[in-house]
Design a protein around this ligand. Structure first.
Ligand code: 8YV
Length: 327
């Protein structure tokens, strides 16, 4: 029998996933759960047939110039792959897979939660109560804004963007606008956006007409700083920005300035340009909600993501086509 594949898992995964991997392959787990340095990633590329990485592992282009690379597959745990230099990986003969579908609904839920949190001032309210300052109800105290009947502008109308649109429309009667470079390919009608969702031709039209803008595009060179000083200036002052996509899509300095100057009403952020570093300026503002990249963070979804990565490893081991191949 051929010796089992050597698989290195870069971060701690739910126990069921680690056990399933270890039962099939020669697996090296990360018991400390401390992220790997660039030098450690180089070593892993030289030692592992397959790496199971995640968003905290930065595979920059130069890393694939390493001599003696053994790795043939990066089975990423996560749908976003902007932390991997895809073309360089491909040139080095390394396939990359991701974990779509399984995280759609939980990530969409966090976008909806951020809308509620920032518009209904929930983070601010909780901080107020915990500080001991709450003196009881007053009819004009801490009034937020309702989501009902508002216009939601979605940038990037893939699986997650459409799931947010469905939930926002069904739960709050929001009118949905979306901007996407290509019309979405819908394999299953259940994953379509709500009836009446309106595709707008330009980003500018979406930003000018939306009460809430939610980002759901991948981080690519084209979408880097899509939200910047000039696009923020297109949003009306009562509008909110929600980001559960990637920090790089937003010029964080420009957003901070727009929030400070009250050019927009608030922001709900699950991802950051220099993650995990979040500026004191953002932390100081009450009309900003900050979450530590929790989009897919449920036991159910993180387990399903790990199992989806495993499915790709299994296909690779069997010499079959990789189900979620990115390159
Ligand atoms: C986390 C995500 O990065 O799937 C993605 O691209 O951003 C999130 O789901 C992932 O869960 C990291 O483990």
């Amino acid at each position: 029998m051929a010796s089992p594949l050597r698989v290195v898992v870069t971060r701690k995964l739910p126990a069921a996933v680690e056990e399933a991997l270890a039962s099939r392959y020669d697996v090296l787990l990360n018991r400390t759960d401390i992220g790997l340095s660039s030098d450690q990633l180089v070593q892993v590329l030289q030692q592992a047939d397959v790496i199971v990485p995640t968003v905290t592992d930065k595979f920059h282009p130069g890393i694939f110039d390493t001599t003696g690379i053994r790795t043939k597959l990066l089975a990423n745990v996560g749908v976003g792959v902007n932390h991997i230099a895809l073309e360089a990986a491909k040139r080095a003969g390394i396939a990359v897979t991701n974990t779509p579908d399984v995280l759609t609904e939980d990530t969409a839920d966090i976008a909806i939660a951020l809308m509620l949190m920032v518009m209904r001032r929930l983070g601010e309210g909780e901080r107020h109560l915990r500080s001991g300052a709450w003196a009881g109800l007053r009819p004009t105290f801490m009034l937020g804004r309702t989501l009902r009947g508002r216009t939601l502008g979605i940038i990037g109308y893939g699986r997650i963007g459409r799931a947010v649109a469905r939930a926002a429309h069904a739960a709050f009667g929001m009118h949905v606008l979306y901007h996407a470079p290509r019309p979405p390919r819908i394999d299953d009608p259940a994953t379509d956006g709500p009836a009446g969702a309106e595709r707008v031709a330009t980003l500018e039209e979406l930003l000018r007409r939306s009460d809430v803008v939610s980002l759901h595009c991948p981080a690519t060179p084209e979408t880097r700083h899509l939200i910047n000083a000039s696009t923020l200036a297109m949003m009306p002052p009562h509008a909110y920005l929600v980001n559960t996509a990637r920090g790089d899509v937003v010029d964080e300095a420009a957003l901070t300035h727009a929030l400070k100057e009250r050019q927009i009403a608030g922001a709900g952020l699950d991802v950051f340009e220099f993650e995990p570093s979040v500026t004191a300026e953002l932390k100081d503002m009450e009309h900003v909600v900050l979450l530590p990249h929790l989009g897919s963070a449920t036991m159910e979804t993180r387990t399903a993501m790990g199992m989806r990565a495993l499915r790709n490893v299994d296909a690779f081991a069997a010499g079959e086509a990789l189900p979620d191949r990115v390159v």
